[in-house]
Design a protein around this ligand. Sequence first.
Ligand code: ADP
Ligand code: ZN
Length: 208
Amino acid sequence: MNIILLGAPGAGKGTQASKIAEKYNLLHISTGDIFRANIKGGTPIGKVAKSYIDAGKLVPDEVTCDIVKDRLSKDDIQNGYMLDGFPRNVFQATELDKFAKIDLCVNIDVDLNLLQDRICGRRVCACGESYHVSTLNGATTCAKCGGELYQRADDNAETVKARLDTYQNQTAPLIEYYSKQGKLINIVCGTKTPNEVFELIAAELDKY
Ligand code: ADP
Ligand code: ZN
């Protein structure tokens, strides 16, 4: 099973991605994580990506599509994978259809008005866990692994506004793109907890 996880920044893609990858034994491929690793490592890709990410814009399609195409050419994808953060516009989706076979697209549908606060209050750990300041009670380390929590460089008010605009203009049209292909699973989150959202996703994936 090869799936796409779609949703606005802060919708909870990362949280659900870890749970889905674990339960269904899928390889988790996050373009955001790949870019951040490249920025940390000071690679040429990292240098290009940084200016776009800091501005809340999409990294150019050529760069992004090449990275994903390259990743999907490796042998370890045989048992299935989950793309998190890719595709992010219709061009990327059209390219992806040329080199991959996607079975389902899970859209995490959240109220966009909640996202500014969620993202600005987000604190993350290198292990992949994320938290919101409102529930940390002042803690500065990860409850799961003890690692030091930090704020992502692009999780500031100004960049978040640009990222939400980018989402609405470029990424949201993918909902229709996958709906037309008959592959869309829409998960309406409302006020549900992350575990409740996961239950809904799992119920759908189990049917497949
Ligand atoms: P979020 O979903 O919270 O915005 P991500 O980690 O998925 O976080 O992405 C962070 C940034 O990395 C994006 O704002 C964008 O600049 C860049 N990026 C990630 N995936 C893509 C992609 N498929 N195409 C272009 N840029 C991307
Ligand atoms: Zn941790």
